[in-house]
Design a protein around this ligand. Structure first.
Ligand SMILES: [Cu+2]
Length: 138
């Protein structure tokens, strides 16, 4: 194989790779979660599917993390969606110690998914212990 063919093949490989990377970036791009209809008027837990998936919005007032709805049910597959407009600084380094959950929240990655496998009131905090609040599992 001569040098020209090699260069041509290499060029094609580079171009194809570029399109694959571009396409996967578009497919995996985070969706705009602020538009998810996750809260209803009377703030009752919303079952988004039959197998107990639930989306909980988390926002922050002062140093208090707030959840809407305030509780989930045992067995729910919970997706916490953080409102990044209200959670700043070290509060983005989020923990639920008693559930062994730890997450650095960012604008690109503002979701925490877990299964609520035990009942209780689980304190939440930031990694420095400044934030407070609780997530209730019934
Ligand atoms: Cu902190």
């Amino acid at each position: 194989m001569d040098r020209k063919n090699m260069v041509a093949i290499l060029g094609i490989v580079v171009i194809v790779s570029f399109f694959i990377v571009a396409a996967s970036a578009i497919i995996s791009a985070p969706k705009n979660t602020t538009e998810l209809p996750i809260i209803n008027q009377d703030k009752q837990p919303i079952k988004t599917s039959e197998n107990g998936n639930i989306t909980v919005k988390m926002s922050m007032t002062g140093n208090i993390y707030k959840f809407t709805p305030t509780s989930v049910n045992v067995g729910d597959e919970v997706t916490i969606v953080a409102d990044m407009n209200t959670i700043s600084g070290c509060y983005r380094s989020f923990l639920i110690p008693s559930l062994s959950l730890r997450k650095y929240l960012s604008n690109d990655d503002n979701k925490i998914v877990f299964t609520a496998n035990k009942a209780g009131e689980f304190p939440v905090t930031c990694s420095m212990g400044m934030g407070t609040g609780k997530l209730i599992v019934r």
